[in-house]
Design a protein around this ligand. Sequence first.
Ligand SMILES: *Cc1c(COP(=O)(O)O)cnc(C)c1O
Length: 397
Amino acid sequence: MDKKDVRRNTQIVHAGRRKEWTSGIVNPPVYHASTCLFETLEEFDRAVANPNEGLYYGRRGTPTQWALQEALVETEPGAAGCLLTPSGVSAIAAALLAVLKPGDHLLMVDTAYEPTRGLCQGLLKDMGVETTYYDPLIAGGISPLLKANTAAVFCESPGSLTFEVQDISAICEAAHANDASVIMDNTWATGLFFNPFDHGVDISLQALTKYVVGHSDAMLGCVMANEAHWKRAETTVFRLGLCAAPDDAYLGLRGLRTLPLRLKQHEASALHVAQALEGHPAVDQVMHPALPSFASHALWKRDFSGSSGLFSFSLKTGQRSHLPALVDHLAHFKMGFSWGGFESLTLPLRFTGIRTATTVDFTGPALRLHIGLEDPEDLIADLCEGLDRFMQAVKTG
Ligand SMILES: *Cc1c(COP(=O)(O)O)cnc(C)c1O
């Protein structure tokens, strides 16, 4: 472990643990609060004048949420503040609404998380925002797509399902030359493996539901913004009435304490499984940014300090109708949405209707895997047996 790691790990143990919030106990209490009480008119007037400087009303948080917010800011240096939302999707909506108004144009990465596309095609379209989808590998080539009314460029890197790594610095440079703000969904890497603010991003968001909570038991999101975008982000989240439940904020904070350790294990195990799949005769492509064979590898290596446990692979032959032979009988991989927990998951992929600027062309079905904290040898054995069953099913039709 190098010195930088030690500093980061130590920092995460201490982050957000202010004595005035914890009363000297290790963790903050879980305050269930709506009303906060003021003793005097003077105290009341002071709170009304500065509603974000102390206890004001439950929706603006208590030390339970503040501790997590402060700790998260330390994971993405350059953030002026952090707002909690009740899910990752609400963080995406708040970030977009913070910078978009009717008549604006939005550039959305083609590999965005599917509900992000849903927001563009629904709510944003209805309010008069036009969306253009762009190739995740576009880099500085995004310049010609920026129009006079382009207010925002949305990035997600690596991209959902196919893991293309974006040149965030080049995109930020082009966007800023056109006075457009850059928003990034940083759920895959978390601030530990990629700091959006180092690359020029204005608003960074995460589905904390995934790695930060880390135990598949709470929905939570966050929005962080640089100084220039902080007020807009804060006002938007408050105006929308978005707030995180205290129990969920507590689980997020608990998860954050072990995040460096868990991510290290997810990273090592996922790489091990990805390499095993790469050598398997049934497997065509393994879409994992840390594999040298992956098209986006060089960019990942340039910009990221690690890889997490989520990647995809495609099969050489077969149809979706052969997939039950593989996925229905796995011992360790269960099928389901979300990821980032301690347990391994698989998700059969479909691309119909969710790619418009690029094409996805696989010879056989594709699956996404989240590699949990099980022993990777057990996971590899499980997958190999599944792949044997799949090949058998393909052979017998
Ligand atoms: C899951 C996910 C989200 C949404 O998070 P929820 O907490 O499920 O709403 C957003 N972005 C990415 C990349 C995700 O994988």
